[in-house]
Each structure stands twice: as structure tokens, then as C-alpha cells.
Ligand binder design. Structure first.
Ligand code: NAI
Ligand code: NA
Length: 398
């Protein structure tokens, strides 16, 4: 079978396994060349949301960078079925594990619903068996639209909406190569509450409680969750919208986790990341024009970073310097994005951008290219005219 990109709106319906492998190799090489830093580095790491985006990049940075960490990665992905080839994250897990094993690194993939009791038990068992009983760092990088209510089994559903106002904006459509007008009505109270349930800090805290109760956290154990704040232009749809409510809840959860970890001298951290093309972020209506402008400006200044550059700079830079925090104690790897010169130029581009000129004003080629690469397409090292043997793919296990 020859695998080609299949895009529906902003969703990829196919992925190329060997392109996913190329993406893993590319990220690994960027972490291998990372300089060793002076502070203590985590040796045993649990990554929740490990198969793509920031979670995958965290795992690669910590395993293949100077930390040389043993990792357990939890994700929700699927392999070959009658529905298709499976998800990019499925192959990311497989090829990460393969590369880790060849490098002599311990790595375990757990594919399942992170909200389920069963997955919690699998993680506990794996920490005992594979990591000698405790972890030094828990990376919380889940991004999802639904979370089951543990009491009722019914689902909470997030809604990406402004709060208190209607927002008019544009969203990109990768299938039609168009910029489409979107009008987003304000969220209802229930939509705000459910988004906080899904993307706030409740599940982060409950994971830490679970691991703490089972004595699976080492002395001085740390945890980190990822957040976004962004500039004025994105505030109506993000920071002041439902997602912002969820992120504020996530930030406040840090205090609860710090209290929980006090007796083991552990710490909870929030790293505020830069806006990037991921499977999750292209879903945010109204955000893409900003991504197009931001990519153009940051690339022109030589400051563009992908997930792996961000995570290398986090774990081998900012992380080590406890004084390098903002007034609220947040780690800011969105510092370059929010520089005045970057924002001034991005705003100037946004003021000019229309559905007719967005491919020229913004970095459409770059944004689309990254989107395709997330799904294993557009790698020079892969020959996309080659047949892929589905039976062989089926035999690959994470
Ligand atoms: P992503 O979609 O690339 O990764 C999400 C991960 O969560 C995947 O590994 C997926 O398998 C896993 N996952 C989802 N539901 C699951 C479930 N029920 N059980 C187990 N695993 C599950 O998303 P991305 O963008 O890396 O997001 C991670 C975090 O980073 C989020 O908190 C997001 O808000 C934050 N962030 C993202 C930014 C961006 O521009 N992409 C910017 C700043 C923060
Ligand atoms: Na992730």
C-alpha cells in the first residue's frame, strides 16, 4: 500500500509510519547534541501524554539528552485496524521505544486511557518492575476533549469558546487551503465548568495523589504541567476564554500538589510554552492566523522553536535555574514568543492578513508543513512512492 496524506479540515486521517520514525530520529538528534547542565537531572520519568507534541518531546529530551532517563510513556493511540493505518502517536511510541532500546535506555509504553483505574494500575506496576519502584519526575502533558466523570462514567466535554462575548476570527482549513471565517458565541456556564474538568488540574492532582499513596515518588520528586498564556491577540479565544479558565485552574493546582509533596520535598511546576502546531492546537478556532504570523516573524529572527527545541531549553536551561521564574513562579519558555519586537511585527502582519493573502503574509507553507510532518509526511529521508507492508506494520507493538 502507498500511503498518502488524507486531511479532513484540521484532522489527519492517515499517517506515514516511516515518516513518524523520521520525526523521532530528527528530534533525537536535536537532544543528543544538547549540552549537559550542572544541576541534578531526573533519571526515572513518567510522561502522561507521551506520544505526540510536548509530551513526546519531553520524553525524547529527557531520554536522549544529558539526563539519559528511563521513561514510561502513557498515551491513547491506535494501530492498524479496518478503520485504517492507525494514529501517528502509535508509531511514535513504537519508534521511540525501538530507538531507546538500541541506545540501551529503559522505556515502556502504556497505551490506554489515562483516566481509567486500569491504566493507573498498569503504571504502578511498570514503575515497580521497570524503574525500580519510584519516579523522579512526572510530566503531565495530556490534551483531550473529553474526560469521564469517575463517579458516573458520563463524559465531561471541553468547549473551546470565548467567555462573556462573541468572537469573530479566522481558522485555517488544511484540506481546502483556506482561511475560513468563524464566529464563536460565548460559552455557557456548563461549557466553562466542563472545560475546566477536562483541561484543568483535577486529573493532574489525582495522578499525583495516586502515585504518592502508592509510594511511587522519590524524595525530591518533581512534576510539570504545560500551559499557554499568549499575547493580547489570542486572549479572547484562549487566555480569557474557556481554555484560560482551565489553565488558571491548572496553575492553582500547583499549590495543592506542592502541599501533597511537602513530606517528600517534592515540587510542582508549570511551564508556559510557546504556541506551536500540534494535533491539539490546530483545533483551536481563531488561533491559526496568529500561528501563521508568529512562525513568519520568529523564523525571520532565527528564534523559531518546535516542541523539541522548547523541551531541550526547558529541561537543560530554565529548569536548572530556580530563580528563573516569573512573579507567579511559572517557568516561561514563551519568553521569545512574547518579546515586544516579535509581537509588534506579528501584529502588523495580522492587521494585513485576509483569506486572500494569508498564504503570502503568513508562513502558511511552514505551518502546513509542520502539520503534515506531525503525521509523518514531508520528510526528505522517506521515499513516499514505496509500498508499505501492512502485515509488517501490524506486527509492530508499542
Ligand atoms: P498533543 O495532542 O500533541 O498530545 C496529547 C497527548 O495526550 C497525546 O500523547 C495523546 O495520546 C495523549 N492523550 C490524550 N487523551 C488521552 C487519554 N485519555 N489517555 C491517555 N493519553 C491521552 O497535545 P500538545 O499540544 O502536546 O498538548 C500537551 C499540553 O501542552 C496541553 O496541556 C496543552 O495545553 C499544552 N500546550 C500546548 C501548546 C501548543 O501550542 N500546542 C502551547 C502551550 C501549552
Ligand atoms: Na503531549
Amino acid at each position: 500500500m502507498i500511503i498518502q496524506p488524507k486531511i479532513q479540515g484540521v484532522v489527519a486521517r492517515s499517517c506515514h509510519p516511516f515518516g513518524c520514525q523520521a520525526a523521532i530520529f530528527e528530534q533525537i538528534s536535536k537532544s543528543l547534541s544538547q549540552q549537559s547542565s550542572s544541576g541534578t537531572l531526573p533519571k526515572r520519568v513518567l510522561v502522561l501524554g507521551a506520544s505526540s507534541g510536548f509530551g513526546l518531546a519531553s520524553r525524547i529530551a529527557l531520554a536522549f539528552g544529558p539526563a539519559k532517563a528511563a521513561t514510561i510513556g502513557v498515551s491513547f493511540e491506535r494501530g492498524v485496524s479496518e478503520k485504517g493505518i492507525g494514529s501517528a502517536g502509535w508509531y511514535n511510541n513504537i519508534f521511540f521505544h525501538d530507538a531507546a532500546e538500541k541506545a540501551g535506555l529503559i522505556s515502556t509504553n502504556i497505551v490506554g486511557d489515562a483516566f481509567s483505574a486500569e491504566t493507573h494500575e498498569q503504571v504502578a506496576k511498570s514503575i515497580e518492575q521497570d524503574l525500580g519502584g519510584q519516579v523522579d519526575l512526572v510530566v503531565y502533558s495530556l490534551a483531550t476533549g473529553i474526560r469521564p466523570n469517575p463517579e458516573t462514567g458520563e463524559f465531561w466535554r471541553s468547549a473551546i469558546r470565548p467567555v462573556g462575548e462573541t468572537v469573530e476570527g479566522y481558522s485555517v482549513n488544511f484540506e481546502k487551503n483556506s482561511l475560513d471565517k468563524v464566529s464563536l458565541p460565548p460559552a455557557t456556564k456548563q461549557e466553562i465548568d466542563e472545560t475546566v474538568k477536562v483541561m484543568g488540574g483535577e486529573d493532574w492532582l489525582s495522578w499525583m495523589q495516586f502515585l504518592s499513596e502508592r509510594n511511587l515518588l522519590s524524595k525530591g520528586c518533581e512534576t510539570v504541567a504545560y500551559s499557554y498564556i499568549g499575547p493580547e491577540y489570542t486572549h479572547a479565544i484562549y487566555h480569557k476564554g474557556t481554555l484560560g479558565f482551565a489553565k488558571t485552574h491548572l496553575h492553582n493546582t500547583r499549590d495543592d500538589i506542592n502541599t501533597l509533596l511537602k513530606n517528600i520535598e517534592g515540587t510542582a511546576n508549570i511551564a508556559v510554552c510557546k504556541a506551536l502546531v500540534t494535533k491539539a492546537s490546530v483545533f483551536i478556532p481563531g488561533l491559526t492566523p496568529y500561528l501563521l504570523a508568529l512562525y513568519r516573524v520568529m523564523k525571520a529572527k532565527g528564534l523559531h522553536e518546535g516542541c523539541i527545541e522548547q523541551m531541550n531549553r526547558l529541561f537543560y536551561g530554565k529548569w536548572q535555574d530556580a530563580a528563573d521564574r516569573d512573579a507567579e513562579g511559572l517557568i516561561r519558555i514563551d519568553d521569545w514568543e512574547l518579546r515586544d519586537d516579535i509581537q509588534l511585527q506579528a501584529n502588523a502582519l495580522l492587521a494585513e492578513m485576509t483569506p486572500d493573502n494569508f498564504t503570502k503574509i503568513g508562513d502558511y507553507e511552514g505551518v502546513l508543513g509542520e502539520f503534515l510532518q506531525l503525521n509523518g509526511f514531508e520528510f526528505n529521508s522517506v521515499d513516499y512512492t514505496q509500498e508499505v507492508d501492512i502485515e509488517k506494520l501490524k506486527a509492530l507493538r508499542p
